[in-house]
Design a protein around this ligand. Sequence first.
Ligand code: NAP
Length: 461
Amino acid sequence: MKIGSPERPLRVAVVGSGPSGFYAAEALLKQKDLAVRIDMFDRLPTPYGLVRGGVAPDHQKIKSVTIVYEKVAQNPAFRFFGNVKLGRDIQVEDLTKNYDQIVYAVGNESDRHLGVPGEELAGNHSATAFVGWYNGHPDWREEKFDLAQESAAVIGIGNVAMDVTRILAEDPEELKGTDIAGYALDALRLSKVKTIWLLGRRGPAQAAYSPAEIHEIGALESADLVVDPKETVLGAESQKDYADPENKKNVDYVAEKAKAGEGSRAKKVRLRFCVSPTEVIGKDGKVVALKLERNKLILDEKGAVKAKGTGEFETIPAGLVFRSVGYRGIPIAGVPFDEKAGKIPNAEGRVQGKDAQYVVGWAKRGPSGLIGTNRADSAATVKAMLEDAAAGRFAPGEVSADDNAVPALLKERQIRFVTFSDWKALDKRELENGKAKGKIREKFTTVPEMLEAANKGPVSV
Ligand code: NAP
């Protein structure tokens, strides 16, 4: 029987239910002349990965992308198994016995470090932790941030750094109607943070933030975006980057802000360029300051602009530090992992050395790109999957075509898996709880709470 025919559909396991996983499922379900069955697994009872746990609460429009994912999930050829962790509840061997192809859509769950002294001090956090905390992610809900500090520093100037800065700088009343975790809103209402240092190691023409994101910081009612005019002057090495329209918008905007001066708002976002932290300075085990080295910009052998320390140092006060220098993957038992690159080694989405195993999203290409970037990227991996399937290139070994085999296995292991209709029940409860508080949604932030809400079955709102 041909695999992919109505008599014997192609059986695919997708591990991870963030954007890249859903776009892979979407691309597979869109194929004409292909019968497919997709089972998607997630370690959390809730789907949508970074759309739920990463996108900032004041960016609700971005979250509406879940409408597309929900449509995918409603396809009868699709099943969701939430609260099932690969390597804990189910193993790669279980998947290879039950699926013709496996797609890893596991994202990047960890983050990069700076490798400077003092990173172990209390008060030095990853942006990942802060983002997870304000978004009510179960992994981060117990994290503590000393918001009684007046000065905070955010290292890195990508869009995650913009999110962290905005959440620290904006009036919490702007967030009260969103899906921000209730405990985070309470803590932010008591925040004493007045100054946020935003630290870029290169210049304004190399900033990683998008023009829209820096504009949002500059437009805050509660804070002034303060830029030192001297740091917005471009050298000859930056002219090529400045020719890029997005970079030009970024440079021109901060130059305009620099001219505007300090402003009179109570909070200040102090955006700095060409500085690198060389030490997190502590007192009694707690962060009190950051030592920065001034950089000059040079062209490397490939013509890219790099930062080089000048040996000139300064110290800025900071009782809270957030490093926002990029996410990083973590290894999963039984899945190849490139330690240096922090991702799953692959060629065009085909996992190196593993037949019929594929990868999409940040686990495939590293932590870059917007949500939409994943659509084409996942479609490219699906193209490789379809080529392999057409050529009969599957992993050796018998695959069970019994749809009940995996749910039966999970039940035997006493794993309380969450189906998509369970999630919808949970979702409705969150929306209901939000409505009662004048919020879009009040999230459940622990796995037991989530399971309890899912167990109660459907509700009508
Ligand atoms: P990113 O865009 O790669 O930015 C990382 C920042 O960290 C860069 O400014 C980088 O500087 C800096 N950095 C790296 N290593 C450093 C070091 N050792 N010392 C000092 N600075 C260092 O990463 P991200 O902000 O985590 O975002 C990840 C992806 O998600 C991006 O594609 C982003 O656009 C996307 N995202 C989008 C949104 C949105 O659209 N609203 C929100 C969040 C995230 P260099 O440039 O010099 O390397």
